[in-house]
Write a protein of this length. Structure first.
Length: 207
């Protein structure tokens, strides 16, 4: 009952505020166009139309929010879109593959999602760009990727962030120079999520 009364009080306060604003705008228009009633009515109608439009847009925010997100996904498929439940959603590119731009050790790195890779695998060039000491790497560990088996050097990343998802201390590997054209988002990241699922042209990540 208290919640209902609070809601009613809030609604009344909003109506009073809207009426006060309408009176203020009407008074300002009347003072400016004194004696020019046609002009005053015209400007008042414009203000009323603007107010009604804003109210309608606000009331339909749940409809426009998914549309805006879909537009973002179409224009920038590599960037994660935040879902209504807080999940991060990736959309497939024109080639059908899922890729994303993730903040990694403070730098943006483009990853292709590869569930066949047991670990996150950085290209040598990306590893160097994010500040890893590539001179001390030892390429002696085999990993499975979609392109087959490759020798890599194990490293530990400070974090990887994709949209709303931030995972610290991610186990990863670095490929030998020239052996990998782009970095791979493998299972050492994906398995630490609460869940991930493919839904058509979407990959839904939940922490």
């Amino acid at each position: 009952m208290n919640k209902r009364r609070a809601f009613q009080s809030d609604a009344i306060a909003r109506v009073v505020y809207a009426l006060a604003l309408l009176v203020l705008v009407s008074g300002s228009i009347s003072a400016r166009f004194r004696g020019q009633y046609g002009q005053a009515v015209k400007y008042l109608a414009i203000w009323v139309l603007i107010g009604v439009s804003l109210v309608l847009l606000y009331s339909m925010r749940d409809t426009f929010f998914p549309l805006a997100q879909r537009l973002q996904a179409e224009l920038f498929p590599s960037y994660a879109v935040r879902g209504l439940s807080g999940e991060s959603i990736l959309h497939a590119g024109l080639n059908g593959h899922f890729s994303t731009v993730a903040l990694t050790n403070g730098e943006r790195v483009r990853f292709m999602v590869d569930t066949g890779a047991s670990r996150v695998v950085l290209s040598y060039e990306d590893a160097k760009r994010i500040g890893l000491n590539t001179a001390s790497l030892r390429f002696a560990h085999p990993v499975n990727t979609a392109n087959g088996t490759a020798l890599v050097a194990p490293v530990q990343l400070d974090y990887i962030q994709i949209g709303e998802i931030h995972l610290p201390d991610v186990a990863a590997s670095v490929a030998q120079p020239g052996k990998l054209s782009g970095s791979l988002l493998g299972m050492s990241f994906l398995n630490r999520l609460r869940s991930f699922e493919f839904r058509g042209d979407q990959l839904v990540l939940r922490k």
